[in-house]
Design a protein around this ligand. Sequence first.
Ligand code: CMX
Length: 435
Amino acid sequence: MDKLKQKFYEKSVALKADLKTLLKDHGEMQVDTVSIDQLIGGMRSVRSMIWDTSSLDPEEGIRFRGYNIPQLRELLPKAPGGNEPLPEGLFWLMMVGEIPTEEDVRWLSAEWNRRGEVPSHVYASLESLPADTHPMTQFSIAVLAMQNESIFAQKYEEGMSKNDYWDVMYEDSMNMIAKLPRVAAYIYRRSFKGGDHIAPDPNLDWGGNFARMLGFEHPDFYSLMRLYLTIHADHEGGNASAHTMHLVGSTLSDVYYSFSAAMNALAGPLHGLANQEVIKWIFEMIEEIGTNNPTKEQVRQYINDTLAAGKVVPGYGHAVLRKPDPRFMAQKKFAEDYIKDDPIVQIVWDLFEIVPDILESLGKVKNPWPNVDAHSGALLVHYGFTEYNYYTVLFGVSRALGVCAGLCWDRALGLALERPKSITTDWLKKYVAAK
Ligand code: CMX
């Protein structure tokens, strides 16, 4: 170790121990309105922002403008002959709080098709990257490359009034959302299909077109994409990607800057990247055990080995939820309806039976239940979509709907620059001593 690194390491070990003691002895002590537990522990449950497009109850899970996922599956308009909701309908609901009509949703599909053309320099930017660049890196770069199209940035420079922020934020959001499936499909086809690209169909809906451009033809895959893009869209405002969007946007950065940053947050393994981690972990389990039909005892052993190696069980646990994630349950229902005999799906269901007891027995995991990422990979693999390091891009395309609706509202309401107060550990130690 070089001398700076050595010194840094020694200091950090000492301070880490101090923080642990503070948490143990004074975790519940209040500093202003938050406890030391919350202050050190990632601000869990601190009510500190407005976010109207969805809200998350620890027991019940997500509601979008008051509607839960089973209600949305029933009430939102569907593609002709399809069974799953169209994500366009959810965007409409998040924007205005009303379930759209069929006509509203058809209009939105057509509008996004109209706005969907991607500037050629965005593709050129992607082509300048090595083909094995992680798809999330490519996605974030492509979004940022579109920033020169921002009407918000252009009008701001021209001296627009605050009262007009919402208008240009709406236009930018609509334009960006419209382009995302094309950008994302381009990344998939260049990374995994030798650059053999598929043109969009102007008569298809947003999710259907994404499925088509990715290159999967099974009609049930189209249904899966529509469901997937609906249920991943929003999870109230405090999760890392939504909060990043809100934070960056609060500086009056435009939608492209904000969304690219949000995608960098989604790319972390404790957040959206968990969807690739889950299936990777399952594939490794199959390889290690030597069968895709392992016994429950073998699965239990594999989970225990993962924990013994100091790793988390991907797809399990949540910062807010305390019950199985309704987004997991919606995907489980899809699997029951469409592909219940799939061996990987069976493993996911076995894990659902086995993991919670094991995590509970550790005595520290607050939520032993599966989250949204525990099921999605098995569904995608069934339809031949096996390139799992792409999966977080799917999550990202969907997440755009919630965070863009949120950002339009932020600017419409004139919400403030976000600027919480930090303190030093020294300040905290003195505060505790004085108490
Ligand atoms: N496997 C093993 N240990 C886990 C665990 C899991 N799935 N979930 C939580 N724990 C551990 C934590 O690492 C922590 O351990 P230490 O005290 O040793 O650091 C302890 O249990 C307490 O954590 P917690 O309060 O229950 O959970 P947090 O709110 O801190 O973290 C989350 C939540 C999601 C990051 C965590 O559960 C996790 O790492 N899960 C696995 C990764 C994952 O699936 N992420 C996707 C979340 C959904 C999404 O955003 O897409």
